[in-house]
Ligand binder design. Structure first.
Ligand code: SAJ
Length: 479
C-alpha cells in the first residue's frame, strides 16, 4: 500500500488525509500543534465541519491514518499548512511562507528518489518554481527525474468541505507530464470531479484568481451597497434584479470579507505585481473598510459617548462555521473597544465557544437589557431567532442586520426597527406602510434623532404615503 504523509491537519489537511486513508492509502498525518495531535488520537476533531468527524473516526480506527507531530518516510508528501500574511502598517501585506518552509524542512531529510512532493497551500505565484524546487534540489535530488513536484490547490468551501473535496474539479500543476499523471492518479482515488493538468505557476495563479474574482465581486457589491444607502434605495433589491440578467452575477454585500482565503489570497498577487494589480488592491481595501462602516452605523444609532449595551451576534467569519480567522466581527469588536469605550459589548456565537481576547456570553446574557443588537454572522441560529423572545430580554428595539438574514416583517411585528446594511429605503411594514429610515446616513435626521436621546427604545413609526416612492406604483393589495 502506498504511503502518503500529509503535513498540516487543519481545515484542508485533515479532510484530505482522511479521504486518502479511507481510499486505499496508508496515511501519516502531521501537525506541529500537540493539542491537535492529542485531540485526533483520542478520536475527536478540533474543527467544525459537517461529516468530518465520521470520516476521521473511520480513518483512524482502520489504522490507515496515524497522527503525529513528526513526518515519516513516505512515497508522497502533501503540504497543507497555512500561508498567513504579514501586516505592516502602510505597506502591502506579504505572504508569510514560514509554515511552508518549516514543513518542507521537516520532510527534506525523508525525501528519496521516486517520491512525489505536492503543495496544496495557497501561495504567491512562482512559489513552486522559486521556493519548493530549489529546496529539494539542495539535497542533490533532480526535480523531474529523481523526484516529482506538483502544485495541487485545494478549492473546498468550509461548511461543505467533504462534499466539495470529492465533487469539485481540480487542477494539478506539475513539473512534468509524468508527475502530473501520477498526481492525478493519486487524487482520482477519491475525487469524482475532473482533474486538469498544467504547470505549477498556472495552477498557482488559477487558485489565486478564483478567490480574487470573489473578492473583487464582493467589493463591487459592498461599494454599490454604500451608494444605494445614499440613494435611499435597497441594494438587495437592486442586486436581486440585476442578477436576473443572464450574464450578471453580483455577489452579496455584508460586513466585510473574512476567512483565511478570500481576504488574504489577493494580496499574494498584489505583493508580486504592485504596479499592475490596481483593481485587486482596491477591492481588498474596500472590503477591509466595511467593518468601519458597521461601527459608524452603530455609533450613529447609539450616539458617540453614550452608555449602551450592544448585543453582537456572531464572531465566525461566515455562517455555520466556527472559524474566526480574519472575521469582520473581530475588526468591528476591536474598533468598538478601542474607540467607543462607553459601549458595553455582549458577544454571542453559537459556533464559537472560546476566545482568548474577550468573554463570550450565552444568548440570554447577550440580549439581556441590550439597547441594540447587531447581526455580524449569517448563522442559521440567528435567522431562526424568535423576535418576541428577544424583545422580552432587550431594553432597546433596534437591530442592525449586516447580512440581511432576518425576516424583517416578523421582527417589525415584534416592535423592532430592523436596519440593514445597504438598505437606505424607507422601511415598509407588513401592510406596506412606509417607515422612516433609521440608518439612511450618518447625518440622517432620523439617526441624529436617535443619537440625541440616551433612551434608544422604539421610536414611534412615521407612516408616509406609498406615493412617496417615485416610479413605484402603490401596492394594490396593500401587502
Ligand atoms: N462573502 C460576502 N459576499 C459574498 C460571498 C462571501 O461578503 O457574496 C464573505 C463571507 O461572508 C466571508 C468571506 O466573504 O466573510 C468568504 O466567504 P466564502 O464563503 O465566499 O469563501 P471562503 O473563504 O469560505 O472559501 C473560499 C472559496 N473560494 C471561492 O469560492 C472562489 C473556496 O472554494 C476556497 O477553497 C477557499 O476560499 C480557500 O481555501 O481558498
Amino acid at each position: 500500500m502506498k504511503k502518503v504523509c500529509v503535513v498540516g491537519l487543519g481545515y484542508i489537511g485533515l479532510p484530505t488525509a482522511s479521504m486518502f486513508a479511507t481510499h486505499g492509502y496508508l496515511v501519516h498525518g502531521v501537525d506541529i500543534n500537540p493539542l491537535i495531535v492529542k485531540t485526533l488520537r483520542e478520536g475527536n476533531i478540533h474543527i467544525e465541519e459537517p461529516g468530518l468527524a465520521t470520516v476521521v473516526k473511520a480513518a483512524i480506527s482502520s489504522k490507515n491514518l496515524t497522527v503525529d507531530s513528526k513526518p515519516s518516510e513516505s512515497d508522497v508528501f502533501i503540504i497543507a499548512v497555512p500561508t498567513p500574511y504579514n501586516h505592516r502598517a502602510g505597506a502591502i501585506p506579504t505572504a508569510d511562507m514560514s509554515y511552508v518552509t518549516g514543513a518542507m524542512e521537516s520532510i527534506l531529510p525523508l525525501i528519496k528518489k521516486g517520491d512525489l512532493v505536492i503543495l496544496e497551500s495557497t501561495s504567491p505565484p512562482g512559489t513552486t518554481r522559486d521556493l519548493i524546487i530549489p529546496m529539494i534540489e539542495k539535497k542533490n535530488l533532480k526535480v523531474g527525474s529523481d523526484v516529482g513536484v506538483a502544485y495541487c490547490p485545494e478549492r473546498v468551501i468550509p461548511g461543505q468541505a467533504l462534499k466539495e473535496l470529492i465533487g469539485n474539479d481540480r487542477v494539478v500543476g506539475a513539473v512534468s507530464p509524468f508527475w502530473a499523471e501520477e498526481t492525478k492518479r493519486l487524487y482520482k482515488s477519491f475525487v469524482a470531479g475532473e482533474i486538469f493538468l498544467t504547470e505549477p505557476t498556472v495552477a498557482e495563479m488559477i487558485k489565486l484568481l478564483e478567490n480574487t474574482y470573489r473578492d473583487v465581486n464582493i467589493a463591487l457589491a459592498n461599494e454599490v451597497s454604500r451608494i444605494c444607502e445614499k440613494l435611499h434605495i435597497d441594494v438587495w433589491e437592486v442586486i436581486r434584479m440585476a442578477n436576473r440578467h443572464p450574464r450578471v452575477n453580483v455577489h452579496t454585500p455584508g460586513p466585510g470579507v473574512g476567512g483565511h482565503c478570500i481576504s488574504v489570497d489577493p494580496w499574494f498577487i498584489v505583493e508580486k505585481f504592485p504596479a499592475d494589480a490596481k483593481l485587486i488592491r482596491m477591492a481588498r481595501e474596500i472590503n477591509d473598510g466595511v467593518p468601519q462602516v458597521v461601527v459608524q452605523k452603530i455609533v450613529d444609532t447609539i450616539g458617540k459617548g453614550k452608555k449602551a449595551k450592544i448585543a453582537l451576534l456572531g464572531l465566525a467569519y461566515k455562517g455555520n462555521v466556527d472559524d474566526i480567522r480574519e472575521s469582520p466581527a473581530l475588526s468591528i469588536i476591536d474598533q468598538l473597544k478601542k474607540n467607543h469605550p462607553s459601549f458595553e459589548l455582549a458577544i454571542f456565537d453559537p459556533h464559537v465557544t472560546k476566545n482568548k481576547d474577550f468573554p463570550l456570553l450565552s444568548v440570554e446574557d447577550t440580549f439581556k437589557e441590550a439597547d441594540m443588537a447587531v447581526v455580524l454572522t449569517a448563522h442559521d441560529e440567528f435567522k431562526n431567532l424568535d423576535p418576541t423572545k428577544v424583545s422580552s430580554l432587550m431594553k432597546g428595539r433596534i437591530v442592525l442586520d449586516t447580512h440581511n438574514i432576518l425576516k424583517r416583517d416578523t421582527w417589525a411585528q415584534a416592535g423592532f426597527h430592523v436596519a440593514c446594511l445597504g438598505n437606505g429605503a424607507p422601511r415598509t411594514d407588513v401592510r406596506g406602510t412606509h417607515l422612516r429610515p433609521v440608518f439612511a446616513s450618518g447625518s440622517d435626521a432620523a439617526s441624529a434623532e436617535l443619537s440625541e436621546k440616551s433612551d434608544i427604545s422604539p421610536k414611534p413609526r412615521t407612516p408616509s404615503s406609498p406615493d412617496s416612492y417615485p416610479g413605484f406604483p402603490a401596492k394594490a393589495d396593500g401587502s
